[in-house]
Design a protein around this ligand. Structure first.
Ligand SMILES: [Zn+2]
Length: 89
């Protein structure tokens, strides 16, 4: 029970941290700034289908996906919240 609570807290904290970090960057597809909280929608972690779009080097750094509220592109983000690839799905 306590472990589950701890994990939930950690997951929430990690997600919050990425959301804040990503606001300092811009969409890789359209260049819109993520400075406004409303513009970046977190989509969660990288899935197998996403990994197939990335090369080996990019896969090492891909941690999260964020949707651009401006153009709708899916941005691939590092553990530090830096977007480095984007596509439209
Ligand atoms: Zn965009």
């Amino acid at each position: 029970m306590l472990a589950a609570l701890g994990w939930a807290l950690w997951a929430w904290y990690a997600r919050r941290r990425i959301e804040r970090a990503v606001t300092q960057h811009a969409c890789k597809a359209c260049g819109a700034s993520f400075a406004d909280d409303a513009i970046a929608e977190p989509l969660g972690g990288i899935r197998a289908a996403d990994r197939q779009r990335l090369d080996n080097f990019q896969r090492r750094f891909a941690r999260h996906r964020v949707r651009c509220g401006d153009c709708g592109a899916v941005n691939v983000v590092t553990a530090d919240g830096v977007p480095f690839a984007a596509w439209y799905d």
